[in-house]
Design a binder for this molecule. Sequence first.
Ligand SMILES: Nc1nc2c(ncn2[C@@H]2O[C@H](COP(=O)(O)OP(=O)(O)OP(=O)(O)O)[C@@H](O)[C@H]2O)c(=O)[nH]1
Ligand SMILES: [Mg+2]
Length: 694
Amino acid sequence: MADKHGRKATEQDLEARGPDRIRNVVLVGPSQSGKTTLVETLLACAGAVPRAGSVTEGTTVCDFEDGEQQHGRSISLAVAPVVHGGTKVNLVDTPGYADFVGELRAGLRAADCALFVVAANDGIDESTRQLWRECDEVRMPRAVVVTKLDHARADFDGVLASARAAFGDKVLPVYLPQDEGLVGLITGDPQGEAARERRGELIEGVIEESEDESLMDRYLGGEQIAEDVLVEDLEKAIARGSFFPVLPVCSTNGVGCAELLDLCVRAFPAPPEHLPPEVFTPAGKAADPIACDPGGPLVAEVVKTASDPYVGRVSIVRVFSGTLDPDTPVHVSGHFSSFFGQDGGHEDHDEDERIGVLAHPFGGQQVVTSRVVAGDIGAIGRLSRAETGDTLSGVELPLVLRPWSMPEPLLPVAIEAVSKSDDDKLSSVLARLSAEDPSLRIEHNAETRQLVIWVMGEAHAEVALDRLRERYGVAVQQVELVVPLREAFTMPSKGHGRHVKQSGGHGQYAICDIEVEPLPEGSGFEFVDKVVGGAVPRQFIPSVEKGVRAQMERGVRNGYPVIDLRVTLTDGKAHSVDSSDMAFQSAGALALRDAADAGSVAMLEPYDEVAVLVRDDLVGGIMSDLSARRGRLLGTDKVGEDRTLVRAHVPQTELARYAIDLRSSTHGAGTFTRSFAHYEPMGADLARQVASRQ
Ligand SMILES: Nc1nc2c(ncn2[C@@H]2O[C@H](COP(=O)(O)OP(=O)(O)OP(=O)(O)O)[C@@H](O)[C@H]2O)c(=O)[nH]1
Ligand SMILES: [Mg+2]
């Protein structure tokens, strides 16, 4: 099938010869460093496409979504395979922008090794360090690729020095730019003093990493170590993830691309060398470990769910064990809540589905195939239940993989459908959207009656709203987020409730007297009956309680629920014929309102416990910002060598945009978590503002 630019998918034979002949290589790097363009150049270099497309013209294989083409940047992961020297290299392009870190995590899960892409005209900034940490977290073997060598401000040596300063001295170049091309530092003949010095550094670096301990002594003793020994040791160290080679490339003229593909095939680990994720039975018991064996039990994982206008839902899967065949049933397991302790707005699954068409993904296209073996990445058309993060296994032996760690969306965006017809479709469409994107959480807040999507940042919100509009034809608008407030009595008070309707006839007589007392925070509601002599008949005492509870839900000042209260029913009056359950309910409610009028009621607002992780030198700024948000500092803890965790209680109202503000004040290096802590009285000014909005 051709894409919308009329470009046909690859003519390559994408059927992998076996797990050893596959490399799954994810491209990681800051936004605009040139990853998508590099994939394009590698595709052209390997003959997978006749010529490289361009990001600016919207003609690349990997940026095939409309939103990507409009903005000239990637927003979701895309897979494009090339065959190089008989080995299939699945290139997994990921977006560099921090909002889309969920896609990056999925890409890291699908791959066994990474190309860490930095541009020769950029430095190593905080967001780049953050991405390096993402790779560290999953111990991803990686090579550093320095792109844009042709850029007017390209400074290969400068970037190299910053990369070594940021990522350590195991980052060393194996090629240098020389005479419009590259020269291999071990395999070539580098010219000039500086290049020869680099060659010496590299050789020493490789020997330090060698498993042959005698090599260092021999080298220091003046022995010339054979080139093939060095190359072998270098490749082993790269595959182990203990050495990070640096390669310069230029997508404009293709310099370095052949060397890069060679390195992927020769030095990067094949899928069987990568420890697979842990497996469990659907009941949560540890299952036998799996191996990357096409003959083993089927275990595959959905790393991306896309919607294709022609094919419908397309699930991109990484096969960890066994072989996927078309037209076969599979078991779908998704157990996020049991692994993470909360559903995050994503449904759990445990059911069988049938694989229809099976394909190799090629950007937005699918190249139909008859099997996808362990270690490879495939695309399955029209799975209706499976969502990103779910495990597919044989129906006879259902298994579930421990999910990869999904980022937590911390920016709440309240939305509303623009019209009634949009509103009718919204819930089902949002469910489909969250099936595609585990870093999106949908919250139907029953209390504030708001629909809130929790996202990673503003760009993520924009993508979600664009997809709703363009893909599903549902228009929504952003509205102000409502924070659920509470009301509480601040001192004891008394209330009299009288529901007596002279004209109403039967069932309209009830009188009650109550005393109210505030309880300590978190105590909830207590109802005490101290009626003597049957002033309120037994059967109507629960009616009074019901009426009080209902009024507590409705609030007594500004319409917010009342909390932490003891209500004692002390007296009342009934009529032998005209009293009823309903009458005592309304008398109870009236009595509570009366007690509120006579007493004093405070407005409470929710506080979250916030934990902000930042570099030590930013701690002062973070603390003063939290204080400015009316936060109360709880303490600081040292984390690792140079980072600190700052903990504070902060009102939720002040946190609505914290995800955006923290990112900008720390240049992407700060992260935080938040969870509800308690309610606290609002300051008088704020409470007045709330009251005036009623
Ligand atoms: N001069 C020059 N420009 C390049 C090169 N590679 C990429 N670019 C340009 O750099 C810009 C960003 O390239 P992309 O390939 O979209 O970068 P990316 O890393 O995929 O960016 P995100 O998708 O946002 O993460 C585009 O305008 C490219 O044309 C190169 O080798 N030389
Ligand atoms: Mg890109």
